[in-house]
Design a protein around this ligand. Structure first.
Ligand SMILES: [Zn+2]
Length: 180
């Protein structure tokens, strides 16, 4: 008996669809991996320099309870250097403009020296927002559409806290940064 006789049309069709399915799955995984890598590049390779022109290290931590956070690395209580921590899973839920904005907001905390001068609270947050929006407009990165995307995300997601005014107020203040 010839071996290929086992490959009845039905069997062949099944085999072919399994092959197609497997390669589609692989392609899907590859695409997801590529997107992940792209995200990682955008955030992790963002070049930021602090108040003293020191490079800021970018770290990924998807269990962070916020989209991003800035800190000074510490070793046995000694400040070692500036760092930004990103939760890429949370950032991925926002619009592209917001993702760019929040990375620049964190960079703003460093560039303005907030971590060295212990400037915290609502004033520092607003200053970092203004830094981000002004920088992105000056660079030519942001259009009016991008600004309104950021404002929409703020209205939807940002909550009032010790550090932040309500999302609605924060979105309104963003326009004041540009006007003043
Ligand atoms: Zn902040």
């Amino acid at each position: 008996m010839h071996r290929l006789e086992f490959l009845t049309p039905l069997y062949r069709a099944a085999l072919v669809s399994i092959l197609i399915f497997t390669s589609a799955l692989t392609l899907g995984n590859q695409q997801a991996a590529a997107e992940e890598e792209l995200n990682e590049k955008v955030y992790i390779e963002h070049k930021c320099f602090d108040y003293y022109r020191r490079p800021v290290l970018n770290v990924r931590n998807d269990s962070l309870s916020d989209v991003a956070f800035s800190d000074l690395m510490r070793h046995r209580g000694l400040a070692m250097g500036p760092m930004m921590i990103f939760n890429l899973k949370r950032l991925a839920r926002l619009s592209k403009a917001s993702r760019t904005f929040f990375v620049m907001h964190e960079c703003g905390h460093h560039a303005l020296g907030h971590l060295y001068f212990r400037a915290r609270g609502r004033f520092a947050e607003q200053e970092a927002d203004c830094y981000a929006i002004r920088t992105l407009i000056r660079q030519g990165t942001f259009t009016l559409k991008d600004i309104s995307d950021v404002q929409n995300d703020m209205r939807r997601f940002a909550k009032a806290s010790l550090y932040h005014v309500s999302g609605k107020d924060r979105a309104n203040q963003l326009m004041k940064c540009i006007e003043s």
